[in-house]
Design a protein around this ligand. Structure first.
Ligand code: BG6
Length: 367
């Protein structure tokens, strides 16, 4: 019998069986396979009913209300790591390690009000990155309300020991007026057993008029850092980039790892699948792995732009760095019926930072 200790979070199935919804609270110690109390019985049957779902650890998934009554899903992992995802934007807004330390930046001035996107976490930029096109900046997905996907098609990846949630976004009739295409965007967010956070996007062209569509994309990840001047990024040195601060002109990065002493807004091209963000002061390294996303955006607004943003604190630029797995330079083109996949996985590991060198065995030679 598998025993899960679960500190009072809630789960139930909706009457239609269409997935989880805000529900009753349960005892702090419950059994998945069998039960002795009536509360535990209802919990167990919810879990059993969902055992065919790819996200097997439903008991580590809570669907509840967050800021401004917006719906959110909380994922928890046995050691205490967690992630919070808002249906508004399909956006991860929190990712914590087993000590409860927040690993993502969320502005103290973030608004949780439609149509403004939430400043921080991991906004999804689709179908347009930034102003690389005629749509609103970063596209509309980050300010749409996503749904929990009741019936996600199978994934090849094994999710059996992970807490995850499947979200879906489809075109709306209103949206078709500004972007004349039909699509299904499935987003699976998984909190792995070690606390790693994985986001997998599957975007399908469901046009019935025979038309292809093109899009650009980014996981706009805001990493929380101790002090931006103590941070370095490894894996992008010597690469070509488009500088958004210089009219998207193309340059080649010089020197060693990337450090920060002023505003930066660059799209690195043809980047490796692994990038490391070292926070020297906190002795923490974020490792970003990606698949299907050739580019990587690095952004920090610095002081002047920070002051100009209403939903960003004046000094908060010191405590964040965006490194975004992206596809910007060459848009993805999908014919009707075709599907694209793009994946980002982030983990936070203690740095063995010595004389300015990242231990390469830890980051670049590991899987
Ligand atoms: C980055 C872009 O990804 O996002 C920047 O490269 C942009 O140009 C930044 O300023 C923030 O965008 P927004 O729309 O969230 O303020």
């Amino acid at each position: 019998m598998k025993k899960i200790i679960n500190k009072g979070f809630s789960l139930s199935l909706s009457p239609s069986g269409s997935g989880i919804k805000p529900g009753a609270r349960f005892d702090s110690s419950i059994s998945v396979r069998s039960s002795t109390t009536s509360t535990a019985t209802s919990t167990a049957s919810a879990a059993e009913t969902n055992m065919n779902s790819p996200c097997r650890e439903k008991l580590f998934v809570e669907h509840c209300k967050g800021v401004n009554g917006l719906e959110k899903v909380v994922l928890r992992e046995v050691r205490g790591c967690s992630a919070e995802i808002y249906l508004y934007g399909g956006q991860v807004i929190s990712w914590k390690n087993e000590y409860g330390e927040e690993l993502l930046f969320l502005s103290s001035k973030a608004t949780f009000t439609h149509p403004k996107p939430i400043r921080g976490g991991i906004p999804i930029c689709f179908p347009q990155f930034a102003n690389h096109g005629s749509l609103e900046k970063h596209g509309f997905a980050r300010s749409r309300v996503w749904s929990i996907d009741p019936d996600p098609p199978p994934f090849s990846a094994n999710s059996s020991s992970q807490a995850c949630v499947d979200l879906i976004l489809k075109h709306s009739e209103e949206e078709v007026k500004i972007w004349p295409h039909r699509y299904e965007f499935r987003l699976r967010i998984t909190l792995g057993p070690g606390g790693d956070l994985m986001l997998t996007s599957r975007i399908r062209n469901t046009n019935t008029d025979g038309k292809s569509f093109a899009f650009t994309f980014a996981y706009h990840t805001y990493f929380a850092v101790s002090d931006i001047s103590e941070v370095r990024v490894e894996g992008l040195e010597t690469l070509d980039y488009l500088d958004n601060l210089k009219d998207k002109e193309r340059f080649t990065e010089q020197g060693d790892a990337i450090t920060f002493e002023s505003e930066v807004d660059k799209v690195y091209l043809s980047t490796p699948t692994k990038i490391a963000i070292l926070d020297h002061e906190r002795k923490r390294t974020f490792v970003l792995r990606k698949d299907g996303l050739p580019d990587a955006v690095v952004w920090n607004p610095w002081d002047k732009k920070a002051k100009a943003m209403a939903d960003f604190g004046d000094d908060e630029y010191k405590h964040m760095l965006c490194v975004e797995a992206a596809c910007v330079e060459k848009p993805i083109i999908l014919k009707p019926g075709e599907e694209w996949r793009g994946r980002q996985e982030i983990s936070a590991v203690p740095s063995s930072y010595c004389s300015g060198q990242l231990d390469p065995k830890k980051v670049f030679q590991s899987d």
